[in-house]
Design a protein around this ligand. Structure first.
Ligand code: EAX
Length: 336
């Protein structure tokens, strides 16, 4: 008896010694894809998520971040998540709308008047509905982080009013909505995957639109002399997982990961907002001509009727858009 206990103890000890150093028994590596580079909004959220997941699981949940286009474009990343080749992703909502038409609702021009309003709606029941709609395309939508309000840059002329946009070749995301939107604004929109520095440099396209952090991080000031603070669309990011992969996880891991991503998204949004003024100062210092107060009324006059766009033709999507418009209805004196 004594001997067998000793033998068992020895076996257990040997087992401990042979085990990989400090790796908890159930360690899991989670492959997460983003298109952008370290320092970007997606990367800030991804690294915070990585830290929180590791901390809260005693290092059992290890997020491996694939970044800088190593998995292709955001559209490519989404396809890989659908197929299970990648477990999770943080992507811009634009390219998601070709998979999940409800995503186009969030990108309606001049929908949100402020960050606070975007948070209230996207963290509330309407945002939850958009996340839930992702299941129909094989995604588990988990949390909204942010890219920010998008602004137009170009190399041809200062853009003050919407008529200045006429005929500009503007790169847009691979999004159903964005092509229709920029056509309605009078531009000549060209859908392209990110990044687009070379195309701007070579003049294949005249302009593009993105939040200030992206314009700075991708050094677009080197090839785009004019920046107009149009803030025409609030560009959300979404953290999501492949639905089948997600459903196969133990419930406790799903709970931990969902909370970690939500917390990471909140921290990322705060970071983004704090950093924005600094990006504007740097872009100006780098020589960009900035129109801080473009004639937004002229843009809004053109975008008001856009609920009739094909991107909102599906009655389910249209109904959701109407509810978003109701929830964000401007108060007296403000305009959308
Ligand atoms: O996330 O494709 C885009 O314009 C995105 O905003 C860009 O990848 C930054």
């Amino acid at each position: 008896m004594r001997r067998s206990i000793l033998a068992l103890a020895a076996l257990a000890l040997a087992g401990t010694l042979l085990a990989a150093p400090a790796a908890p028994a159930a360690a899991r590596t989670i492959r997460l894809g983003i298109v952008t580079t370290p320092g970007s909004a997606q990367h800030v959220c991804a690294t915070r998520f990585q830290e929180l997941a590791a901390q809260r699981s005693d290092d059992a949940l290890r997020v491996k971040i694939f970044h800088s286009g190593s998995l292709g474009s955001e559209t490519d990343i989404l396809r890989q998540v659908q197929m299970g080749a990648v477990d999770m992703a943080i992507v811009t909502l634009g390219p998601l709308d070709t998979f999940v038409p409800e995503a186009a609702v969030v990108g309606f021009p001049f929908l949100f008047a402020s960050h606070e309003q975007a948070d209230a709606v996207l963290d509330g029941p309407l945002g939850t509905e958009v996340l839930a709609a992702m299941e129909r395309a094989g995604f588990k939508g988990l949390a909204f982080s942010e890219n920010g309000f998008r602004n137009l840059t170009n190399a041809v002329r200062p853009v003050h009013a919407v008529d200045d946009v006429r005929g500009l070749k503007v790169r847009v995301m691979e999004s159903a909505l964005d092509r229709e939107l920029w056509q309605a604004l009078g531009a000549n929109p060209t859908p392209m995957a990110w990044p687009v520095y070379t195309e701007l440099q070579q003049g294949t396209i005249d302009g593009q639109e993105n939040p200030l952090s992206v314009i700075w991080l991708y050094r677009l000031h080197e090839v785009q002399p004019y920046l107009s603070l149009t803030g025409h669309v609030y560009s959300a990011h979404v953290g999501l997982a492949g639905l089948d992969w997600w459903n196969a996880l133990p419930a406790a891991e799903r709970t931990l990961l969902a909370a970690a991503l939500r917390d990471a998204a909140r921290a990322q949004r705060a970071w983004n907002r704090e950093a924005e003024a600094g990006f504007l100062a740097r872009l100006r210092q780098a020589g960009m001509t900035v129109d801080e107060h473009p004639d937004l009324e002229s843009f809004k006059a053109r975008t008001r009727g856009l609920r009739e766009l094909p991107a909102y033709a599906d009655p389910r999507v249209r109904a959701l858009l109407e509810r978003f418009l109701d929830a964000t209805r401007p108060t007296q004196g403000e305009t959308r």
